[in-house]
Design a protein around this ligand. Structure first.
Ligand code: HEM
Ligand SMILES: [Fe+2]
Length: 293
């Protein structure tokens, strides 16, 4: 569709078809429908609400998916009404999943007992809804109005949104969708709640720390430089190599380390769980390499 000789505005147009229509289009529909289905089957969500959210997300996707893509094309030579349509259509995307999140939280408060068995798979689902609201909703909206994106495009304000939305929503969703079937298959003794609790808080806390201590301070610093002097300056070596940006890069470490430990914990949990499925009668501590010689 485009080569290295294609004008930038045309290349950008097609690039955003890939980025936007996957992350905000198809993935959003998949996440909403998967969560709606599972939560209604488990009794945490009314069937009518699950159906409403499913219809709403499908209608938004089919009706406004391509129009929403236009919120990336404000400065690719598009007319003003295209920019306006893009910003409105994309702002609606997060509504269905957010509504489901609120209703599941309300129901969980009423049924603490039921939450017990599925506690951690459900927590990761709620993590998905939380980051959908914060990462896609708040941080997405923050850079979405054309007047803001005019100054903030391709600064560190973009990864504030991109990290919290992409890992926050789809990373949490992938973990939750893995934990639900595992919960049914893994014997109770191998269901290591402590590892899951640690992993949940380390991953989500690490992501939050990465945003608060590093990406937000560096993104807003660049944004101020862009508003005062222009994007060329915000992206120049004078700003990107400044002591402030240097410090915010180092301040990324604590959050990143926590996040990595959380990822390691969920990996260890999954390995233990899978071993317990294949060796259901064995104590985990007794599993050794078979001695054939
Ligand atoms: C879960 C849903 C979402 C995910 C996973 C997501 C992910 C991303 C990613 C990865 C990028 C960076 C792409 C790149 O630079 O190549 C991006 C950019 C962007 N997103 Fe989202 N997004 C989501 C929802 C939203 C929503 C709902 C809005 C608006 C309300 C939004 C507004 C934007 C804008 C304006 C940019 C462009 C920033 C720039 O050009 O510098 N996003 N998004
Ligand atoms: Fe988009």
């Amino acid at each position: 569709m485009y080569t290295n000789r294609t004008p930038l505005s045309i290349a950008e147009y097609w690039r955003w078809w890939v980025v936007h229509l996957w992350v905000e289009g198809f993935f959003e529909v998949f996440a909403t429908v998967a969560i709606a289905y599972l939560c209604s089957e488990l009794g945490f969500l009314k069937k009518s609400s699950a159906l409403k959210a499913t219809y709403m997300t499908a209608i938004l996707y089919l009706g406004s998916g391509v129009i929403g893509t236009l919120h990336h094309l404000y400065f690719s030579g598009t007319p003003a009404f295209i920019a306006a349509m893009g910003s409105v259509a994309s702002a609606l995307e997060v509504v269905p999943l957010t509504l489901i999140g609120f209703e599941v939280v309300k129901t969980l408060k009423l049924s603490q007992a039921a939450e017990g068995f599925y506690r951690w798979p459900l927590r990761f689902f709620l993590g998905t809804c939380f980051w959908n609201l914060v990462g896609a909703g708040i941080f997405g909206f923050l850079i979405n109005p054309p007047i803001v994106l005019y100054y903030s495009q391709a600064l560190n304000t973009t990864p504030i949104h991109a990290h919290s939305a992409l890992f926050g929503v789809y990373g949490s969703l992938a973990i939750a969708l893995m934990l639900f079937p595992l919960r049914e298959m893994v014997p109770q003794r191998a269901w290591n709640e402590k590892l899951l609790r640690f992993s949940f808080w380390a991953i989500n806390g690490g992501l939050a720390a990465m945003l608060v201590f590093s990406l937000i301070p560096s993104g807003f610093y660049q944004l101020a430089a862009s508003v005062n002097y222009g994007t060329w300056y915000a992206r120049s070596a004078a700003v990107v190599g400044s002591p402030w940006i240097h410090w915010t890069v180092w301040l990324r470490m604590p959050g990143d380390i926590f996040f990595a430990l959380g990822a390691l914990a969920i990996f260890v949990f999954t390995m233990q769980a899978v071993i317990a499925i294949f060796y259901p009668n064995q104590n985990l501590a007794e599993i050794k390499t078979p001695n054939y010689f």
